[in-house]
Design a protein around this ligand. Sequence first.
Ligand code: HDE
Length: 699
Amino acid sequence: MRNDHDKSKQEQLNLYKKDHKSNYISTNQGVAVSSTDDSLKAGDRGPTLLEDFHFREKLTHFDHERIPERVVHARGFGAHGYFQVYEPMAELTKARFLQNPQIKTPVFVRFSTVVGSRGSADTVRDVRGFATKFYTEDGNYDLVANNIPVFFIQDAIKFPDLVHSIKPEPHNEIPQASAAHDTFWDFVASTPETANMIMWLLSDRAIPRSYRMMEGFGVNTFRFVNEQGKGRFVKFHWKPKLGVHSLVWDEAQKLAGKDPDYHRRDLWEAIEMGQYPEYELGVQTIDEQDELSFDFDILDATKIWPEEQVPVKIIGKLTLNKNTDNFFAETEQVAFCPANVVPGIDFSNDPLLQGRLFSYLDTQLIRLGGPNFQEIPINRPIAPVHNNQRDGFHRMTIDQGVTSYSPNSLQGNMPQPDAQNGYKHYQEKVEGQKVRQRSESFKDFYSQAALFWNSMSEIEKQHIVEAFHFEVGSVKDKNVRQKIVDMFNNVNGQLAVLIAEGIGATPPANPRGSTVSSSSPAVSQQNTTRLPISRKIAILLENGYSFNEVTQFMEAMHSAGLHPQVISSSLGMVNSVEGKQLEVGKTYLNASSIMFDSVYIPGGKENIEKLKAQGDSIHFINEAFKHAKAIGASNEGVELLSAASIQFNNSSSPKLTSELGIVTIRSSSDMGSFSQEFIKAVSQHRHWGRQSLKSMVPA
Ligand code: HDE
């Protein structure tokens, strides 16, 4: 088969596209089918005949439709896009896709959860995968990242143990997509290297608001190599343009039931609307001579390189601008592997990475049914492929010629190695005894867990403590619960006391914690970017609302790139005081406050009287308030806030008021300022200062 290296990835995928709408049904042999609704029978009430080849082929294919799901990261969602570097990176790396800002390198990204099976919910508490395949001119480069910068374990040999412990328990396959059970916490309690990762996992990072609002981290330490052969250690980061934002736990749990596809829907809709998700690529580099100059080992994947110590250099941007045509062909069949690198990117001796370099190719062999999965369109490089690998299940290439070995003289020794431009592994000097042991430099398990805790804002600390209560509180074995308290007493004494209080364990007799008192502001979501763009607003309406207020408000939201939607008690049209109508987007049965970032209630006496009489709208507002979301109300709409017992600055003056995300106005003359103030409140994401949310963690 010809290699389509001169075509873009998209053009290449187009070669395989089929639009079945315009064709007649045929068998897989291309024979036209006359009917597909009845099987061939001996008489219309008689038995089905074996000779019905169409029936047998249709059923056989159907019977074989499923392939094994990924052993981890089974639930995922992908999109196409491109990557552009901002300026040539020649000083750091010779990777060609990192040199020319004019070049748009095609990419495919797959986001995922780790633990749940393919049909599990999107919003569970879990690490998120963020895997990117760059189809570069030098071959495919995969940056197989997560949204948390550290990992549970230090050596890949423990990966099966970790995953067995966190997956549903083997005797009854409960619970699905959750770490909140005995086997996982038993593993944690006996594996102290997990401490830092657990802090991150129980933080808000593990319940993202959107795939568009997550960072990505390569986690492992890689190596950049430039044209002169100089190597540097490197860690990769993705920084979302929209900032890093999360759900709250109550919301995440409810969404898992009401909209298990919440994250994939969010990504799909953003791309369909042209609000393309964007992430900047950042790199942290460490010169080889500084390898040993940190108080942690830079090869230890349970440690971050604090950004304040090793700054992140932003080098380019990823844009996701196209949804898939077919989930199975693209998202399910895409195969990532951290060993897929191009010249200029190399590995380190990080023992977690070394194991990963083996595991991904190995798992693809079983999941995708043999060694030819790289010929599946989504996995094919745009760079040419020539070698002497042959045959195997599902081989699609039709190799020509008599030789499939090297060297050969019958075909002029073609194809042959490219000594000049071929990939050359970095010549790191390695010597040592063969040992099965952990480096002493890997054995500080608690300092960075303490650093993370110290870096959290008050509300983030509160969420972590609540997450401990939920997760460890779900563990039946009291001994394991106690061990967790004792383990986290090594991180922070006050944290251990707070954990113990919620899970019926004995607080540490001697609350101590790590001596680390420094923090890394970069890891707190408190310090993230805040933008209103693409946020969703529910407008609660019944007949008799003010059309003037609603339309002014909606226009202001649309022009700022936000998405208002009308919610009412039934679908159809709702009538305004002015007699004009608006179409209802959703009812209280198929929408709920957890699906929106904010709520707005416009005026109109009759509208508000009806809304007041309804439990649904009151619940909607209360829930949005509890989840610290922006709430806006104009004119009589303000009365609905009082009816919902919302605490706010309820002055009867017509002036605009805005406090802790509650924005009100008792006049229609300044809807412009009201809308702008509301947008500001939405951009804050959450308003944690509200009375009912006062922290349980002392400052
Ligand atoms: Fe993975 N991981 N992993 N992992 N991983 C897989 O490969 C593995 C690790 C990550 O969307 C598997 O194709 C080992 C760290 C992502 O298709 C498997 C270790 C990070 C994805 C595998 C790790 C990741 C995977 C399962 C050492 C963040 C999904 C299916 C302890 C940097 C990619 C597959 C996709 C998938 C092995 C640890 C990220 C079994 C042995 C650290 C995003 O090969």
